[in-house]
Design a binder for this molecule. Structure first.
Ligand SMILES: *[C@@H]1O[C@H](CO)[C@@H](O)[C@H](O)[C@H]1NC(C)=O
Length: 231
């Protein structure tokens, strides 16, 4: 029987498709003589803390890189700050253990100032539609001035911090269910000071963004260039 040109054409396509299918499913027989050589460009092309830790050493306040997760335990009530329901409403201090809702992720503006993102991706801020001092997490998308905070360390005890709000006052735990930004933050740093929190740092990703954001726009290009040449 003669095979007509059209049928031949179809047959070809069919064989091609089958072969493609076999290849894409990894069923093609392995070729023992095929040597694949590869070069690891990891240290050149991607920036990772574990590939090149020294790259991160010079970053000011390098424990607070962009994306760092922080948990804050109030010294007066002994419980953790928590974005109630994961975000979208008030910040409370009534959780005895810290997990997702009690972890605040830093958006680093510079070595001192940060925005803090909660579990559901809203940002901690002051209740500008209410009394202006209650602490809430309701802004999604792009945070602004009323979502920008400073974290101030107690120089004597590196585990203790205060959080300075954009209105110039410090956060304080009034009750387990009310956190406000109206403390002068001039107390003793002792266990009776409602503006003091014990900080737990749960770490951060360490990638290119953390390096460039960490060094800032002036220093980053310099650091990245040197690292590329000498890695
Ligand atoms: C914490 O406070 C909020 C707000 O009042 C309440 O809805 C929630 O049930 C409380 N959680 C705990 C564990 O006490």
């Amino acid at each position: 029987m003669a095979i007509y040109p059209k049928t031949k054409h179809l047959l070809c396509i069919c064989i091609l498709l089958c072969y493609t299918f076999l290849l894409s499913h990894g069923r093609a027989p392995p070729s023992p003589n095929l040597n694949v050589r590869a070069v690891n460009l990891g240290g050149w092309l991607v920036t990772e803390g574990w590939i090149k830790p020294s790259l991160f050493d010079g970053i000011p306040n390098k424990n607070f890189l962009d994306g760092t997760g922080l948990q804050f335990k109030s010294v007066t009530v002994g419980k953790y700050l928590c974005a109630e329901t994961g975000g979208g409403t008030i910040i409370v201090t009534n959780r005895t253990a810290a997990s997702g809702w009690e972890t605040f992720r830093l958006w680093r503006i510079n070595e001192k100032t940060f925005q803090m993102r909660v579990f559901n991706k809203q940002f901690v801020g002051l209740d500008t539609r209410g009394n202006g001092i209650d602490v809430v997490a309701v802004v999604a998308g792009t945070p602004g001035v009323s979502e920008t905070f400073e974290i101030v360390w107690n120089s004597g005890d590196s585990g203790r911090v205060r959080i300075k709000a954009p209105n110039g006052f410090f956060l304080q735990v009034k009750t387990e269910e009310l956190v406000t930004a109206d403390s002068k933050g001039d107390g003793s740093w002792g266990d009776d000071d409602p503006s003091v929190f014990i900080l737990t740092n749960v770490g951060s990703p360490q990638g290119e963004f953390q390096v460039t954001n960490g060094y800032g726009p002036l220093k980053a290009p310099q650091v990245m260039r040197v690292s590329l040449i000498f890695s």
